[in-house]
Design a protein around this ligand. Structure first.
Ligand SMILES: Cc1cc2nc3c(=O)[nH]c(=O)nc-3n(C[C@H](O)[C@H](O)[C@H](O)COP(=O)(O)OP(=O)(O)OC[C@H]3O[C@@H](n4cnc5c(N)ncnc54)[C@H](O)[C@@H]3O)c2cc1C
Length: 379
């Protein structure tokens, strides 16, 4: 039996941020990360907006960052806009590299290829039979463990990382190119350039169903890329995601918060975008700044602070999925992207103010909006 200060179950985004935050803010703490896969981080590229990360969290986010951009843009049938908003990316390899180096220096212990068979309040049993005990056990086993009672729709995508002819792709991220056929709900293509010769292209849907026809989406991406004059030479990597989007605030649905369920599994994500980065950062900061004995109360306060934003974002899901016919959903986002940049920034950062909410909801209703559909059909 091993006795530690912290055991982090699941070696994904949430626990990577917690592990690095603990190494920096509590360097004498003993900690272990348990990951069932052969390496940390799975197969992901994660992005965040500069405003998603408060200044005091930046030191533990920074080591993972692999690329930064100074601006981002969106394209809709009746709107093209470039926002001078910094954006950054990290990936599974950077998570493995940073925490692998920490482990090599003895700052933490990695249990890779080890499945947690039982996760208790103060101990974890591994499938291999080992037992770890800790003052704090944080369970962040990812979206598969998330509450699914109130799922309204899905954000799903296939991403292909391409080697492209240098300079044939965009030079900064295109967060949404919605000038594409609108099938299977709101559809857009997301473009993330890494230097001049590498481009991640994600065909993304806000859909009513979780089904992902990977072969068809691959062909769709090839067609899209060619139509934009991007010359693809090789597919370097592929990633998929199917993120359930709830009709209710996920943090209000999670019972037993005393068990420290973090990340997506614990409801710490943005209900409308499915993104968890801003909340994962706040959660990690709270863990690292709290004494183990006060952690429960501090996380409960954080959850209470996030609830009103989550309720608003979950309500927007109802507007998007129930109030507007699938083919017209793009117009909700087109309208959103006409708003002042600070409202857009705070929306992504899960920090909307009352004024932001008024701006988002007031004005001309989106194309194809039906009040009857909103209150009747799926409410
Ligand atoms: C492909 C993809 C891209 C995304 N991109 C972004 C983005 O750009 N920005 C953003 O904010 N959000 C993004 N998201 C949404 C969200 O941030 C991610 O899902 C994020 O990875 C959630 O972090 P997590 O730590 O909760 O779960 P995960 O990162 O999924 O980590 C959970 C880990 O637990 C491990 N695990 C599960 N069960 C066990 C077990 N029994 N024992 C041991 N280990 C176990 C899994 O193998 C996994 O590695 C993306 C999601 C996907 C799927």
């Amino acid at each position: 039996m091993t006795q530690l200060d912290y055991v982090l179950v699941g070696g994904g985004l949430q626990n990577a941020l917690i592990a690095e935050a603990l190494c920096q803010l509590r360097p004498t703490a003993t900690l272990a990360v348990i990951e069932q896969g052969p390496a940390l981080g799975g197969n992901h590229t994660w992005c965040f907006h500069a405003a998603d990360v408060p200044a005091k969290a930046m030191p533990f986010v920074e080591p993972f960052v692999i690329e930064r951009w100074r601006r981002q843009s969106v394209r809709f049938p009746e709107l093209e806009r470039t926002l001078d908003e910094p954006y950054a990316a990290l990936d599974s390899a950077s998570v493995q590299r940073v925490l692998g180096e920490r482990a090599a220096r003895g700052a933490l212990t990695l249990y890779l290829g080890e499945r947690a068979a039982f996760v208790g309040v103060k101990h974890v049993e591994l499938a291999s039979g080992a037992r770890l005990e800790a003052k704090v056990v944080i369970d962040a086993r990812g979206p598969e463990l998330a509450e699914r009672k109130h799922v309204l729709g899905y954000q799903k995508f296939l991403g292909l990382e391409l080697e492209v002819e240098p300079g044939s792709g965009p030079s900064s991220p295109v967060l949404m190119d919605a000038c594409v056929e609108q099938n299977d709900g709101f559809r857009f293509v997301y473009l993330l350039p890494f230097g001049r010769a590498r481009l991640l292209v994600e065909d993304t849907y806000f859909s009513d169903t979780p089904a992902l026809d990977v072969a068809a989406l691959r062909t769709g991406i090839e067609r899209y890329v060619a139509s934009r004059g991007i010359v693809s030479r090789n597919v370097l990597r592929e990633e998929t995601g199917v993120l359930p989007l709830p009709r209710r605030a996920p943090l209000a649905e999670v019972g037993e918060r005393g068990r420290f369920r973090g990340g997506y599994a614990g409801g710490w994500f943005h209900p409308t975008t499915g993104y968890s980065f801003p909340l994962a950062v706040r959660y990690a900061l709270t863990v690292a700044e709290s004494e183990p004995l006060e952690l429960g109360a501090r996380l409960e306060r954080l959850a209470q602070r996030e609830l009103s934003n989550q309720r608003f974002a979950a309500w927007l899901n109802r507007l998007l999925f129930c109030g507007v016919a699938p083919a017209n959903r793009y117009s909700v986002l087109e309208r959103f992207y006409r708003l002042p940049v600070e409202t857009i920034r705070r929306f992504y950062a899960h920090q909307t103010t009352a004024l932001d909410r008024t701006r988002i909801l007031c004005g001309r209703p989106p194309r194809g909006f039906s009040l009857t559909r909103l209150i009747g059909e799926r409410a």
